[in-house]
Design a protein around this ligand. Structure first.
Ligand SMILES: Cc1cc2nc3c(=O)[nH]c(=O)nc-3n(C[C@H](O)[C@H](O)[C@H](O)COP(=O)(O)OP(=O)(O)OC[C@H]3O[C@@H](n4cnc5c(N)ncnc54)[C@H](O)[C@@H]3O)c2cc1C
Length: 396
């Protein structure tokens, strides 16, 4: 039995949502599920023609404005579709995640109208893609220690620095680059600027060999005095809080990836423990196995409900999510996916440890999603800050 179907169809989905989810499930199952293991094994970047296909179906613009070719739907509708794809094939889901919840969504919400006109139609159609470049070799969790500089010089911005762990790095056409734009210390000096991949002075490091995320390329990016027009500035220094709140939509996309991984691992396990017999009876007849399945379901459902609360507040193109709700959802979903995929491997015995069953791949991906977008520990830091209404100096 697929528990996902039961939970989602119980009360939450309206007719439109159910219809788009069904199309997504069909495309994900028929077109991408058969490719997922191979793309992972061969570390294949998602093919451009496939991205355009997703664009032609409207999946890359579900929650982006209608005037640029998007669907203008509430964020939850995009998350429903991301979940369907991530359940079967994370590299395909990543494209929908990046377009609907990634930097394109930041441009849609806090960029200029000219930037929206320039970039959103291409992203929605699948012709181009945009990645976010925050992390650096010495600035991961401590993102506000970043040193990449963007200096405004008349009509031009000059960008220099080194970004690390950039998903779709070397594949994307445009990067939203978090940069130091003034001498003000910490977050106060940080802004963001768009840098097109074909500008002189943009280059890449070797492709990372990650434990998971294998159909999603990752690489260092080097900006060597790259000149872009001043119209590419998205956020000036002083706007870091708005920038990071807009980024929290990406965290909801990230949480959805984790949710799909946990749900898929649970569904496979429910099937397996009823089919596999030991000591003359199906595994599910052992009470310890029953308790394990119950624990998995508890964690998956808790993550789903926290995610629905955080995403449910974002119903139009203006709203930004509540940071506390986002961090509660991301922390829970990321840790759930790591735990639940681990328990699924355990319940599958030796079969769980083979590539054939796909569970080790889920477990590898689950660890990646927990790192991307800020670790569960850093989400806990945010949770306590929001609860107490004060920040804690990590440097003191
Ligand atoms: C698969 C993947 C995809 C990614 N995609 C992108 C991307 O597209 N764009 C981008 O900009 N970045 C991306 N990242 C980078 C990601 O955001 C960072 O890896 C993450 O924020 C953690 O930073 P770090 O790796 O430098 O670890 P560190 O910051 O060095 O942390 C190491 C450990 O120390 C803990 N720690 C750090 N500070 C504290 C503290 N104050 N209190 C307690 N514990 C602490 C952390 O929780 C962690 O467990 C990606 C990373 C991965 C693995």
């Amino acid at each position: 039995m697929n528990m996902k179907g039961v939970v989602m169809s119980a009360s939450i989905l309206n007719d439109d949502e159910r219809a788009i989810k069904e199309v997504a499930a069909k495309v994900a199952t028929e077109r991408y599920a058969p490719k997922a293991a191979q793309w992972d094994a061969e570390r294949t970047a998602f093919p451009l023609e496939e991205r355009k296909y997703l664009g032609s179906l409207g999946f890359l613009g579900i929650a982006l404005p209608e005037r640029f070719g998007g669907g203008g739907a509430p964020l939850q509708q995009a998350l429903n579709v991301i979940e369907e794809f991530a359940y079967h094939c994370r590299p395909a889901a990543f494209q929908i995640f990046e377009a609907n919840t990634g930097p394109a969504q930041v441009i849609a919400r806090i960029g200029t109208e000219e930037q929206r006109e320039r970039f959103l139609p291409g992203i929605i159609a699948g012709d181009i893609t945009m990645a976010v470049a925050i992390s650096e070799p010495d600035a991961g969790s401590a993102a506000t220690d970043l040193t990449t500089k963007a200096t405004i010089d008349g009509d031009t911005v000059r960008v220099s620095g080194n970004k690390r762990w950039i998903s779709n790095g070397s594949e994307a056409d445009v990067y939203l680059v978090y940069s130091r734009m003034s001498d003000a210390p910490g977050a106060k000096g940080i802004g963001a600027v768009l840098v097109e991949a074909d500008r002189a002075g943009v280059s890449y490091g070797a492709r990372e060999k990650l434990m998971g995320f294998r159909g999603i390329p990752s690489a260092d990016i080097y900006f060597d005095d790259v000149a872009v027009p001043v119209e590419n500035v998205v956020v000036e220094p002083g706007g870091f809080r708005t920038l990071f709140t807009a980024f929290s939509i990406e965290r909801l996309g990230n949480s959805t990836m984790s949710l799909a991984l946990g749900q898929a691992a649970l569904d496979l396990s429910i099937r397996y423990v009823q089919e596999r017999t030991q000591f003359g009876k199906p595994l599910i007849e052992f009470q310890a196995v029953q308790m394990t399945i119950a624990d998995m379901a508890l964690q998956v459902d808790a993550a789903r409900l926290l995610l629905q609360r955080a995403a449910g507040a974002v119903t139009d193109g203006e709203q930004l999510p509540n940071s506390l709700h986002v961090s509660l959802a991301k922390c829970t979903a990321n840790e759930m996916a790591k735990n639940v995929t681990d328990l699924a491997m355990q319940l599958h015995g030796g079969n769980g440890y083979t590539e054939e069953f796909g569970i080790e791949r889920m477990h590898r991906d689950a660890h990646g999603w927990a790192l991307a977008g800020g670790t569960p520990t850093m989400q806990r830091t945010r949770i306590v800050s929001e609860l107490l209404g004060r920040s804690f100096d990590q440097r003191g």
